[in-house]
Ligand binder design. Structure first.
Ligand SMILES: C[S@@+](CC[C@H](N)C(=O)[O-])C[C@H]1O[C@@H](n2cnc3c(N)ncnc32)[C@H](O)[C@@H]1O
Length: 164
């Protein structure tokens, strides 16, 4: 059987980041009332493959602080702050634009994706790559990186298991 020719994952990420589009093979699915939606694969992704970008407005730290003062908590969760080239930045993905990256959920135990910062045309882009093979139907997840998250509490976890 002939193996499909694999595009270099960084080149792949660069193309999608440059065009601002999402690739085929990912879908948005509703999970439950607590978790909301999530991103699920409908195709096989191999370890190392580019998955999608966490897209939104790229803003300065000052603008991020200004928006955080006026945003409701439900919007603040879409603000991803990061350090790049010695400066603080934020990608504000609060706007519901149909893109996939903003809906990727947290998993600190067995995530299947990780985020890398790529420079595309001089600007930082937050891109997700598979850290293992991901088969069709799996939820795409990554480790949000901080520990004081409500759903990581065992009590909340067992409570949520009761939600239909
Ligand atoms: C960037 S959004 C991810 C998409 C979100 N599920 C949605 O439908 O809008 C982050 C929010 O998703 C929810 N979330 C993410 N990971 C979760 C998890 N492992 N368990 C429960 N809720 C989670 C939390 O409400 C969190 O504030």
């Amino acid at each position: 059987m002939q193996r499909r020719r694999r595009i270099n994952p960084t080149d792949d990420a660069n193309i999608f980041a440059h065009t601002g589009r999402d690739k085929l093979g990912l879908d948005i699915n509703y999970i439950n009332a607590f978790k909301g939606g999530g991103i699920f694969t409908s195709a096989l992704f191999e370890k190392g493959d580019f998955l999608c970008e966490y897209r939104g407005d790229l803003i300065s730290n000052e603008e991020c602080e200004r928006r955080q003062r006026i945003y409701h908590d439900t919007l603040k969760v879409f603000m991803f702050e990061f350090r790049f080239s010695g400066k603080l930045w934020c990608v504000d993905a609060a706007k519901e634009d149909g893109s996939f990256g903003r809906l990727v959920n947290d998993d600190h135990i067995s995530p299947n994706a990780k985020m890398k910062y790529l420079t595309v045309q001089g600007k930082p882009h937050l891109c997700f790559f598979a850290i293992r093979d991901i088969v069709p139907g799996e939820e795409m997840t990554y480790n949000y990186g901080y520990s004081d998250l409500l759903w990581r509490s065992k009590v909340i976890f067992y409570f949520v298991m009761l939600i239909p």
